[in-house]
Design a protein. Structure first.
Length: 168
């Protein structure tokens, strides 16, 4: 649904990145690595979203960090739409409510259909000991950090939407 309203894949990725969890922060080079997009494409969309008031930019050392503007009047609405788009509420019921000890959650974009995502869980234990799920078109896989880096090295959109320090 969201991909029919917003035609820019980069803009959709940015909305997902920053609106699933409002504490998520990132800088330009990190985003281009995670998205597999050109630096200029990401920069243009960051500028548009910042000018629209949806993102806030701050300086941390020599980096421009971006995060969602939680004070925007439509923040809650956008967050709800984004979470529905990636089936976050289904994922929460399937996995998060089971008391898991996760390090991070990534979304892996399906190369053929960009509106399809697979949840990639970074688990502190050996990935082979943790079950993967595939229920109701909700794909969940457990990988190790090195596997995520391999995906990102191939320019496959695989981006972090949650880290342990944020909480649930």
């Amino acid at each position: 649904m969201l991909d029919h309203l917003i035609t820019s894949k980069t803009r959709i990725r940015l909305l997902i990145k920053f609106f699933v969890y409002e504490e998520m922060e990132a800088y330009l080079r990190e985003l281009t690595k995670e998205f597999g997009d050109a630096t200029n494409a990401v920069r243009v969309e960051l500028t548009r979203l910042t000018e629209a008031g949806l993102l806030i930019r701050s300086e941390v050392k020599n980096r421009k960090m971006y995060r969602a503007n939680t004070k925007h009047p439509h923040f809650a609405d956008i967050q709800y739409i984004v979470r529905r788009y990636i089936k976050w509420y289904n994922f929460q019921q399937t996995y998060l409510d089971k008391g898991s000890t996760l390090e991070a959650i990534y979304l892996l974009e399906d190369a053929a259909r960009t509106s399809q995502y697979e949840y990639i869980l970074l688990h502190p234990e050996d990935a082979s000991k943790v079950a993967s799920y595939n229920a109701d078109a909700l794909r969940i896989r457990v990988l190790e950090n090195k596997d995520i880096e391999k995906l990102q090295g191939k320019n496959i959109p695989c981006f972090c939407i949650w880290r342990k320090q944020f909480g649930t």
